[in-house]
Design a protein around this ligand. Structure first.
Ligand code: ARG
Length: 467
C-alpha cells in the first residue's frame, strides 16, 4: 500500500513506478531528510501539535533509522518512490502508527525544498573551502616565483614579459571572485522553505522560526508559493560551478601547453600524469585535459535546469524532480577538479631558464624601447614605427633587441643612448610597470600580502558558516 494509496483502486503500473521514482538518486539526501524531519517533529512538539511522548518516539525512531542507514542495513525501494516516503515508511515500521504523525503540517513539496537547501548549503561551503585551498596553493607558488620571468601572451603570441608570480596571481583573483559569488548566493541558499506545506501554508499553528533556529537558517521564505517552487538557488549554484570550471579549464589549458615539449616551461609531477599504451616515451597531462573536458557537463547541467524551469507555472510540478542529478554530478565533478588542481600546482617543476630564454627572445621588450623614445620627446606613433623597423632588422639578423650594438640603435634613431641596454633588461622592463595593477616586483609582493589577508578572511567565513 502506497502512503498516498487511499484514493486509488488499482496498483501503479510497473513502468510508471520505475519512471516516476527518484529514490535511485535522491537517497543521497538521506541525511538531510532525516535532519529536516527531526527539526520538524521537535517544532510540532514545541507548538503543542504533537504530544511530547509522540515527539520522543518519532525522534528515537528517526535516529535508529539514521544509524541503520549509516551501517548500510537499509534497502530503499522504488515502490516508495522517493527518499521522503521511504523514510516515512521505515519510520512507521520502526515505531508503529504514531510514525504517521511525522508528516503533520508538511508536504513533500516543502520537504524536498528543505532537503535541497540543506544539501546545497553544505556543498557551497565545501566548494569555498576547496577554492580557498587552491588559492592558498597558487599564492605559495607565486611567492616562490616572484623573480621568475616569462613572456606574457596575447593572441598566444609573445607580448610583454611578466613575473610568473603575477601570472599565477591572476588565477588567485579569478578564484577569489568565485568565492565572492558563492558567498553571495549562500544567503539565498540559507533560507528556510519548510512550513509552506504543499502550496498555501499550514492550518496548524506551526512556528517556522523553531525549525530555522535549529537548522541554522538565517532567513525564511516570505511566500509559501515561492518557497515550494523556487529553484533559483540551484541555478545560481550551477552558474557559480560553471564559472569555476571555466576558470579551472583555463588554468588546465596553460598547464597542458606549458608542459609540452614546444613550451617546456613546466613539468608536472609523475604522480599526476599517465603514460601511453603504445608510445613508451609519452607522459600525458590527462588530469588537466579531463578537467578541461568536464566543463561541458557542468555547463550542460545549468542549461538543463534552466530549460526545465522555463515557463513552469506555479507551483510545484513533477518536472522539478529533474533538478537533482545535475546538482549531484556537478558537486562531484567540481570537487574532484578542485581537489586535483591544488596538488598539481604544488608539485609542478618550473623551468625558469626556458621561460627567461623565451621572454628574451621574443621582442617582449619592444614596447619599452618605444616608450623610451617617448620619454625623449618622440611622438608614440613615430616611436612605434622606428621600433617596428628595428624588430624587422633583428629578425633578418636572428638577433634579440639586447644583442644589437649601440651603432645599430643610433642608426635607427639618434636619441637612443647606451642606457638602453639596462632599460631593456627583463627585470627593468617588468619593474617599470609599477603603476596600479602591473607586474612590477613591488606590486607582486604587495599583492601576495593582500591575498594572504583575503585567505584569512575566507577561513574565518568558512569557520562561521552554517552547514
Ligand atoms: N521526489 C519529489 C522531487 O524530488 C519530491 C516532491 C514530490 N512532491 C509531490 N507532490 N509529488 O521533486
Amino acid at each position: 500500500m502506497k502512503l498516498w494509496g487511499g484514493r486509488f483502486t488499482k496498483p501503479t503500473n510497473q513502468l510508471v513506478e520505475e519512471y516516476t521514482s527518484s529514490i535511485q538518486f535522491d537517497q543521497r539526501l538521506v541525511e538531510e531528510d532525516i535532519r529536516g524531519s527531526l527539526a520538524h517533529v521537535r517544532m510540532l512538539g514545541k507548538c503543542g501539535i504533537l504530544r511530547s511522548e509522540e515527539v520522543d518516539t518519532i525522534t528515537n525512531g528517526l535516529q535508529r533509522i539514521q544509524e541503520r542507514v549509516l551501517a548500510g542495513e537499509v534497502e530503499f525501494s522504488i515502490a516508495h518512490e522517493d527518499i521522503h516516503m521511504n523514510i516515512e515508511k521505515l519510520l512507521i515500521e520502526e515505531v508503529g502508527t504514531v510514525g504517521g504523525k511525522l508528516h503533520t503540517g508538511r508536504s513533500r513539496n516543502d520537504q524536498v525544498a528543505l532537503d535541497m537547501h540543506l544539501f546545497v548549503r553544505r556543498c557551497t561551503v565545501d566548494v569555498i573551502q576547496g577554492l580557498t585551498t587552491l588559492r592558498q596553493t597558487l599564492i605559495a607558488k607565486a611567492e616562490d616565483h616572484i623573480d621568475t620571468i616569462l613572456p606574457g601572451y596575447t593572441h598566444l603570441q609573445r607580448a610583454q614579459p611578466v613575473r610568473l608570480g603575477h601570472h599565477l596571481l591572476a588565477y588567485v583573483d579569478m578564484f577569489g571572485r568565485d568565492v565572492e559569488r558563492l558567498q553571495d548566493s549562500y544567503k539565498r541558499v540559507n533560507t528556510l522553505p519548510l512550513g509552506a506545506g504543499a502550496i498555501a501554508g499550514s492550518t496548524f499553528p506551526i512556528q517556522r522560526e523553531h525549525v530555522a533556529n535549529e537548522l541554522g537558517f538565517s532567513r525564511l521564505y516570505e511566500n509559501s508559493m515561492d518557497a515550494v517552487s523556487d529553484r533559483d538557488y540551484l541555478v545560481e549554484f550551477l552558474s557559480c560551478a560553471s564559472m569555476i570550471m571555466i576558470h579551472l579549464s583555463r588554468l588546465s589549458e596553460e598547464l597542458i601547453l606549458w608542459s609540452s615539449e614546444e613550451f617546456g616551461y613546466i613539468e608536472l609531477d609523475d604522480a599526476f600524469c599517465t603514460g601511453s599504451s603504445m608510445m613508451p616515451q609519452k607522459k600525458n597531462p590527462d588530469v588537466p585535459e579531463l578537467i578541461r573536458g568536464k566543463v561541458g557537463r557542468v555547463i550542460g547541467h545549468g542549461v538543463s535546469l534552466l530549460t526545465t524551469l522555463k515557463a513552469l507555472p506555479l507551483t510545484y510540478n513533477k518536472d522539478m524532480q529533474e533538478d537533482k542529478e545535475g546538482i549531484f554530478d556537478t558537486v562531484d565533478t567540481l570537487m574532484g577538479a578542485l581537489a586535483l588542481t591544488a596538488p598539481m600546482i604544488e608539485g609542478m617543476k618550473v623551468n625558469k631558464e626556458k621561460m627567461r630564454e623565451n621572454a628574451e627572445g621574443g621582442f617582449t621588450n619592444a614596447t619599452d624601447l618605444a616608450e623610451y623614445l617617448v620619454t625623449k620627446g618622440v611622438p608614440f606613433r613615430e616611436a612605434h614605427a622606428v621600433v617596428g623597423k628595428l624588430v624587422l632588422h633583428c629578425i633578418e639578423r636572428k638577433k634579440s633587441l639586447l644583442e644589437l650594438s649601440l651603432q645599430e640603435y643610433q642608426s635607427a634613431h639618434p636619441l637612443i643612448e647606451k642606457d638602453i641596454f639596462t632599460r631593456l633588461s627583463l627585470e627593468v622592463v617588468t619593474d617599470a610597470r609599477e603603476a596600479g595593477c602591473g607586474t612590477a616586483r613591488v606590486r607582486v609582493v604587495e599583492a601576495i600580502q593582500k591575498k594572504e589577508k583575503e585567505i584569512s578572511n575566507e577561513r574565518h567565513w568558512i569557520k562561521h558558516a552554517q552547514t
